[in-house]
Ligand binder design. Structure first.
Ligand SMILES: [Zn+2]
Length: 298
């Protein structure tokens, strides 16, 4: 019995190891010394400066180890900063890999407090937190702006802008060519659309999105505009069903948005998106917190 199990495990492990070894992801250069690490489900970004490397989004230890390898394929400069977009484990985990490589881990205080209260085996608590709406990190003559826009998704959600490169990094708020994520967990719909309008007004040409179903490692402002339009169209379609007299519980199956039928997860998630938007309209905006809970002070 034991022998059978051992043999079975070996059979399973050999192809897995081979797969892991063959899966070395090369960084994609998108601007002067700026690279995307595209692991498929999650995309991170890093910038190499004269004085070291700034990394955005660790995701997990496995993701971070792969990204560190990718960074080492283009530079041997020290890793100086790891910046985290927001509190959620699936974005904030893995930081220890970069701390071990010398990085200072930075997150907004709202995200930091949540991480402290909600530990995870793979989560390294940031070394520095910041409060307020804006912080700049300057290293080796390069700047990364950290923009906090209040409530939208999760806690401490930070949009990063590279002013010289006219580029932004956005986690979760925009996922090009994909419907909303399942039941849109931890998204305040009203505040989300307000934030999207604010992002749309930012000065940038190129964008890296943590999730991107377009098949490309980068996107543009058009993806922000399309996300706003999708949410508006979804709300309008729900409202149209109410007007027709479709019973509440039948609305999710009734709503169709053929314009977006080629977007990723349309068949699987559209009805879940509808449930979330309907419940938001039914119960009132959630999650919510008063501004003094997150605006803090510089
Ligand atoms: Zn999230």
């Amino acid at each position: 019995m034991k022998k059978t199990l051992v043999v079975f495990m070996w059979v399973l492990l050999i192809p897995l190891t081979a797969f892991a070894e063959s899966k070395e992801i090369k960084p994609v250069k998108i601007a002067d010394e700026v690279y995307v690490y595209d692991a498929g489900m999650y995309l991170s970004m890093f910038m190499v400066t004269k004085e070291g490397v700034i990394v955005i989004e660790p995701v997990s230890s496995a993701h971070s180890k792969g990204m560190l390898k990718a960074i080492r394929s283009v530079t041997d400069k020290p890793i100086r900063y790891l910046l985290i977009s927001h509190n959620h484990w699936d974005h904030a985990n893995g930081g220890q890999v970069f701390r071990d490589a010398g990085a200072t881990i930075v997150a907004h205080v709202e995200a930091y407090e949540w991480m402290k209260a909600n530990p995870h085996d793979d989560l390294a608590l940031p070394d520095e937190s910041w409060a307020g709406l804006r912080k700049d990190i300057v290293l080796g003559g390069r700047t990364v702006e950290l923009h906090y826009m209040g409530m939208n998704h999760g806690l401490g959600m930070t949009v990063f802008r590279l002013p010289k490169e006219k580029m932004i990094y956005v986690a979760d708020l925009v996922a090009p060519k994909r419907v909303l994520f399942a039941i849109a967990p931890d998204f305040n719909i009203k505040e989300w659309t307000r934030s999207l309008n604010q992002i749309e007004m930012m000065d940038f040409d190129l964008a890296v999105y943590s999730h991107n179903a377009s098949g490309k490692p980068t996107g543009s402002k058009k993806d922000v505009t399309e996300t706003i339009a999708f949410i508006n169209d979804l709300q309008a379609a729900i409202f149209a069903e109410f007007k027709k007299g479709t019973p509440f519980t039948e609305v999710p199956a009734a709503v169709k948005l053929p314009k977006y039928k080629d977007w990723a997860m349309y068949d699987q998630w559209l009805h879940l998106n509808v449930w979330r938007i309907m419940l938001d309209g039914h119960m009132g905006s959630f999650p919510w917190r008063p501004p003094h809970a997150y605006e803090g002070h510089e």
